[in-house]
Design a protein around this ligand. Sequence first.
Ligand SMILES: [Cu+2]
Length: 154
Amino acid sequence: MYPAALMHGTSVALCGAAALAVVGAGPAPDAPPAAQVRDARMRVLLASRPAGGYFDLDNHAAEPLTLTGAASPGCGSLMLHRSMNSGGTDSMAAVDHVSVPAHGSLRFAPGGYHLMCMQPVSTLRPGTKVPVTLTFEGGGSLTTNFAVEGAHGR
Ligand SMILES: [Cu+2]
């Protein structure tokens, strides 16, 4: 703990509290205030198959926002994927990061970027919700409840 003498104009007791608050807010990951998730849903086709996660990611900051990972208690692993069509053939590949431009928005949707819930848990059923934590470059994270929907949307 820092000596109370470093904090001027406050009592020793208040200094202690202030120092604790500073330590708590320091290196601990925190939600980037500039990131916002909208229209979040997880589409389950068959319980035995990977489910796709879709949402809009808004970046309200003046600098790019880079998504580096995702995790959910509803998924064995949750990967960042991108679907592509080349020469008439659909495929998807894992990506290790996705950037949203300053003051921009990126849509995670079928046919493009999406989350892939590799092993959906048995309770991941349409009508329920599942928390998804997105992690960003720099250590911030943001947890959002995704609405679980079936093959035909809501
Ligand atoms: Cu995929």
